[in-house]
Write a protein that binds this ligand. Structure first.
Ligand code: ATP
Length: 354
């Protein structure tokens, strides 16, 4: 038997919406397109042969345009949607095969969800909204309240425990959504366009709140978005969906440097490369040089360029976490990569992250 892991392993997953989806899996496997399936059989292809390992303790972003299958995919993880075929394996168990009681416990204890439209109860206070999940699990009131208060404070809402949702701004309401999910203490956090309804500044703020919490909590987060900047900022890994298929999966840096096709190229063309590409990717593997600047391998190009400019240095050494020397970057190389690489540089950079 395979060793149990805390990763979420999605294997050969298909979802065909319609009265007789299972009858059409073979057609889809044989290459029938979403359009043909709709035209010939009046069924909708939701997910097409999804294979994805969502790493434990990291943020997996699922990105794609409207209708690409993002919501359908995330809802298979807690089985709010039944697959037409395939497996979703967590800790050695296939969620698809769970009976009702096992599924209920899995949902309540292992997963929590944050929704785009907050989904708060309007007639309950912040505290009551946050304790709700614990109450239905039968956790004693005192303990539930203590846990809820802790998370309400942790998301920055101390003092608002007695407020009602309509007394709060959108950003504050989503902080309640996050507090409610965290109070549940579940290892898997499912976030479906959780920040998409927020104003840009509040949205960036909430991304920072999430990243800050994640440093400490290291939950397995599945985060859906249609926004590339958000995907690149949050995702340890990013899967890009189109028409129910994963067309590319990797780190943000890999996707920006090696877009799998023209569609993804057009997505990433306007990305701020200095915020995505790391110094390690553009360094040369040469002996240490005389310079006041040493940077971690994870430093982004913009950070590297700023550090060198501030120190009036033209080069920086790059060191691994344990301090071992890895290579050298130059200021001019960083700037050139941030602006637009020539083909040769692009090929080098691609080879580096391959
Ligand atoms: N219950 C359903 N019945 C029929 N078709 C459905 C159903 N739910 C989703 N679909 C279809 O499945 C495909 C994927 O939809 P899904 O909602 O997962 O996309 P999405 O990427 O989350 O889009 P959005 O960003 O607009 O929410 C779409 O073609 C959609 O119309």
């Amino acid at each position: 038997m395979a060793e149990a892991t805390h990763d979420i392993e999605i294997r050969d997953l298909y979802k065909i919406f319609g009265p007789n989806g299972a009858a059409h899996v073979a057609d889809v496997k044989a290459g029938m397109s979403k359009e043909d399936l709709k035209a010939r059989h009046d069924h909708v292809l939701g997910l097409d042969d999804i294979n994805l390992t969502i790493p434990a303790g990291r943020i997996q972003v699922v990105m794609g345009l409207s209708g690409s299958g993002k919501s359908t995919l995330i809802r298979h993880i807690n089985r709010l949607i039944e697959p037409t075929a395939g497996k979703v394996i967590f800790e050695g168990r296939d969620i698809v095969q769970m009976g009702p009681a096992e599924l209920r416990d899995f949902r309540r204890e292992k997963t929590a969800m944050v929704f785009q439209k907050f989904a708060l109860f309007p007639h309950r206070t912040v505290l009551e909204n946050t304790t709700y999940g614990l109450n239905i699990r039968g956790i004693p009131d005192g303990e539930a309240e203590e846990r809820a208060r802790r998370w309400i404070a942790r998301v920055g809402l101390e003092g608002f425990e007695g407020s009602y949702p309509n007394q709060l701004s959108g950003g504050m309401q989503q902080r309640v959504g996050l507090a409610r999910a965290l109070t549940n203490d579940a290892g898997i956090l499912l976030m479906d366009e959780a920040f998409s309804a927020l104003d840009p500044l509040i949205r960036t703020d909430m991304q920072s709140v999430l990243l800050d919490l994640q440093q400490e909590l290291q939950k397995t987060i599945v985060f859906i978005t249609h926004d590339l900047d958000e995907a690149l900022r949050l995702g340890d890994r990013i899967a890009i969906l189109r028409d129910g298929r994963i067309i590319q999966e990797g780190t943000g840096e890999q996707i920006v440097l090696r877009p799998a096709d023209d569609y993804i190229s057009s997505f990433v063309r306007d990305v701020k490369r200095g915020h995505v590409i790391t110094a390690r990717t553009v360094m040369r593997r040469v002996e240490p040089v005389e310079t006041p600047v040493t940077l971690p391998a994870t430093a982004l190009l913009e950070e590297a360029a700023r550090a060198m400019t501030d120190a009036d240095a033209s080069r920086a050494n790059i060191a691994a976490q344990d301090g071992a020397h890895l290579g050298v970057v130059t200021l001019s190389k960083c700037v050139a990569e941030m602006i637009a690489p020539d083909d040769g540089d692009e090929a080098d950079a691609k080879a580096q992250v391959a």
